[in-house]
Write a protein that binds this ligand. Structure first.
Ligand code: ASP
Ligand code: MG
Length: 408
């Protein structure tokens, strides 16, 4: 078998952990597999490099930032090759330039276009373990690019796809994907499996375990993905196309505090207004999430929507500037809110799910300011101060309901 193993920053944070991971990689090879390893930078290296840069030039160009940040991964791969060598194994480290990982030109948020497999295959044929830098690529100007924070997951999945690997194992410091953030919800439990679509929702909802782009790629190329811990031998969570959902009401509950709401009050009730508002946002590359329009009255209507906190100032600025053209009477906003979501492929066939969710929010005494739904997700906006309490109550409710359903 050909296996791609990706180890995150915490899994290679110090000498002991590097040696522990080196042993695991060697074991995988000794079981008769070819192994390609993808590594992140050690521990907090990437954050530290960013800090260093900001001390020197807070307006550093993205090109130079990528040049700097990519060094973190290069340290990890070299150290890992040395570790494997010290244990009597054969390994070679390669960076994105040496492999030929071609990306788009966008610095700090590039996308992988193609990967040259020649060098990797050559090294594998020599029975070597090939250790590749995650997070980085090379653009058409022969400049180093990076794939966005957390992008090593995407490097690993892209390599697994192009090499037709049998499995892509993502090793991290948690035992897999949980039904909720275990730091907040004490009785959250690990899922054995989850579908790509559900994982995509959870990844984008702030369940920060996987880079969302990696899940998109895994879905597109049907990569067999497993998330597991490098510190224990637990089985982990397998991410795949279809899962046994019939005995599970939902797969997870997630909270996201990185939201703010903008409301446009008193817009003229005529065709084209929503188009104007959202093309304005698109022009500024501001992603809009939940959108709600009120029923028109007295020839006016209100449109509310959410944006990331980091986009709020820019969004407000362009809306104020275009207030007259948009026929908006008033622009109001709220950045003390959070989004709480339940995700589950079983939702579509279980009519009681929405009712249970809203009942739990009622139990928690939480007021809902906006609701949005999709086939596998229901999200609500609530007060930021109440979101953790709501998360716990909602999780408890679904856990109990799922348990009683299983008894039937
Ligand atoms: N080292 C990079 C980061 O911290 C990439 C990664 O870890 O996936 O974002
Ligand atoms: Mg990560």
């Amino acid at each position: 078998m050909l296996i791609v193993q990706k180890f995150g920053g915490s899994s290679v944070a110090n000498k002991e952990r590097i040696m522990n991971v080196a042993k695991r990689i060697l074991e995988t090879q000794q079981q008769g597999n070819q192994v390609v390893v993808v590594l992140s930078a050690q521990g907090d290296t990437t954050d530290e490099l960013i800090e260093k840069a900001m001390e020197i030039n807070p307006k550093a160009s993205r090109r130079e930032m990528d040049m700097l940040l990519s060094t973190g991964e290069q340290q990890s791969v070299a150290l890992m090759a040395m570790a494997i060598d010290s244990l009597g194994g054969r390994a070679i480290s390669l960076n994105a330039m040496q492999v030929g990982i071609d990306t788009t030109t966008t610095y700090s948020n590039a996308r992988i276009k193609t990967i040259n497999t020649g060098r990797i295959e050559h090294e594998l044929e020599q029975n070597k373990i090939v250790i590749i830098t995650g997070f980085q690529g090379v653009n058409k100007f022969d400049d180093i690019t990076t794939l966005g924070r957390g992008g090593s997951d995407t490097s690993a999945v892209a390599l697994a796809a192009i090499l037709h690997a049998d499995c892509c194992e993502i090793y991290t410091d948690v035992e897999g994907i949980f039904t909720a953030d275990p730091r907040i919800v004490k009785d959250a439990y690990k899922l054995d499996e989850i579908s790509y679509d559900e994982m995509l929702e959870l990844a984008s909802l702030g369940a920060k375990v996987l880079h969302s782009r990696s899940v998109e790629l895994a879905k597109k190329y049907n990569v067999n993905m497993v998330v597991r811990s490098s510190m224990t031998r637990a089985e982990g969570t397998s991410v795949k196309e279809e899962c046994k959902v019939e005995k599970m009401l939902i797969s997870g509950v997630a909270a996201d505090k990185d939201v703010s709401r903008i409301s446009l009050i008193g817009i003229k009730d005529e065709p084209g207004k929503a188009f104007e508002v959202f093309s304005l946002m698109a022009k500024e590359k501001i992603s809009v999430d939940i959108i709600l329009q009120s029923v028109g009255r007295d020839d006016t209507k209100d449109i509310s929507f959410t944006v990331a906190k980091s986009d709020l100032d820019l969004a407000l600025k362009v809306l104020e500037e275009n207030k007259e053209r948009l026929t908006v009477k008033e622009v109001v906003h709220d950045d003390k809110i959070a989004k709480l979501s339940i995700v589950g492929a079983g939702m579509a066939t279980n009519p009681g799910v929405a009712a249970l969710f809203f009942e739990a929010l009622y139990d928690a005494g939480v007021n809902i300011s906006m609701i949005s739904t999709s086939e596998i997700k229901i999200s609500v906006l609530v007060d930021e101060k109440e979101v953790e309490n709501a998360l716990v109550t909602v999780h408890e409710k679904f856990k109990a309901a799922t348990a009683s359903m299983r008894k039937m």
